[in-house]
Design a protein around this ligand. Sequence first.
Ligand code: SF4
Length: 349
Amino acid sequence: MSALLRVQDLCVRFRTMGSLKALATGTKAPFIDAVCGVSFEIHKGETLAFVGESGSGKSTIARTIIGLQRAVSGSISFDGQELTELSAAERKPCLRRMAMTFQDPIGSLSPRLTVRSLLTEPFRIHGLKDRDAGAEATRLLRTVGLPADFVGRYPHQLSGGQARRVSVARALALNPDLIIADEPTAGLDVSVQGEVLNLLARLQDELGMAILIITHNLNVVRHMTDRMAIMYLGRFIEVGSTERIFEHPRHPYTQALLAANPEPDPDAVLNRIELKGEVPSLMRRPSGCEFHTRCRYAQDICSRVFPQSSVSREDLEHSFRCHFPLEHIPVEKPHTPMDRCEVNLKQRD
Ligand code: SF4
């Protein structure tokens, strides 16, 4: 099956000093690599999650896909059309088939527009002036389970959950093939989180769209997604089916993230894995494996040699970057140093 969205070797770079300041000080403008050589595909009707700490590059990839950020290199192909080679005007028909909901549902809605204007703005932007704005706004509100009389409200008159529903409704306005949901449950009560996730799942079933979810919330990932990609300092360090990664994480960072996930069962015994230190600065990337400064399994080679991507023998779709990938020990029973010795010996055999 051909991919709806195919991203290959995507790199995104930010300057840390303005060009004018660099010119004035006679220095070359320094930069940071926010996304480094990321590749992935999403198929129609599929749900993929990007998981990682703040600043790992998840949202930057999303913003680059929808054209809010420029790629320094790499390819973004949507339904077979290469977006990086198109002008803003040429991209428009493809962008019409994608939509994004942003992290802050209230802040991302213009405070001066009513819900009706917010919901019908995509029609105006894309020149679809023949649509009946009132009927479309009512239809979209109904789709996300809000009453029709919400059309006259302003964003400040909405609760967090209602604003999230409005942003989902707005994203659905043009019947997109792909929705990018950036932290769809952020700032919502647990009960409202469930409502929003059920809404997305229902809409996906009914409309068959693909969903890219960006989240810290591993419970959302586990229950909503088919595949997941773990990010660290702008790179994918583990990618695979959600079920497989939850059952058999191969990268120590993934293992630590999964072990830190809150358990719904209050009696469950937590085996948290403390990560050493802070996430390194993108301006001073560690040498070799960039996770070695925090990894409890790091060995000499880890600080010297960048690990290439490997795939699992049992599942060729499951890839990871680690010199000493974890064996199949459930995350509830973290590795002891002795386990690691056995793993390493097995690898040498
Ligand atoms: Fe840890 Fe080494 Fe694997 Fe990096 S390569 S995750 S430092 S064991």
